[in-house]
Write a protein that binds this ligand. Sequence first.
Ligand code: HEC
Length: 186
Amino acid sequence: MTLALLTALYALATPPTPNDAESAAVDRADAAARALGTTLKARVAEELGKGGPVGALAACNTQAAALSAGVAAQTGVTVGRSSLRLRSAANTPPVWVAEWLTLQGERPAAAATPLTTVVDGKARVIKPIAVEAPCLLCHGAPESLSPEVRAELARRYPADQATGYALGDLRGALWAEADITPPRVR
Ligand code: HEC
């Protein structure tokens, strides 16, 4: 028998250890955070094409929370996104995400450190969110925004802090938290 086959048979015969359950939970959290990022980005692009920045703003306003809830329902993982400079109070971070945001501070997204950790029976993942070109339509320097976008932001988000970003800036965090399911006993 080859060594590879022996190793495979041994793996089959060994019940999952807590570490297997932990890394499975980390993988689920990671996949859910990615799914949320991809879904939101695709939806913003679609809405920008359909209704321009003002239409997309209205869509973000009403759909972002539902999209997060949808990913959570599909994956069984709690997900969200947040920032040091919030537009919507609905994106207020959990304490552990707030700690990460404060630790990173304002910096280029490429210089931010992603987080993967296992705490209190949960796997937690944080991914930095970078400001890309289309984001500047609604998160760029106030004087660079169109008058329509500025007016719409003032109307919908009187306490908006999420403008003044430049390309490549750290905009915030995509976060996910998954329960670690105990290993099956055989
Ligand atoms: C059409 C306008 C628009 C565009 C373009 C846009 N956003 Fe936003 N963004 C919003 C609005 C409105 C909210 C608040 C509602 C929500 O989505 O939760 C928001 C919220 C956020 C939040 C959550 C934290 C907070 O401040 O509430 C992050 C993070 C974010 N945007 C990142 C981005 C990134 C990254 C891009 C580019 C890929 C982008 N946005 C493009 C309008 C926009």
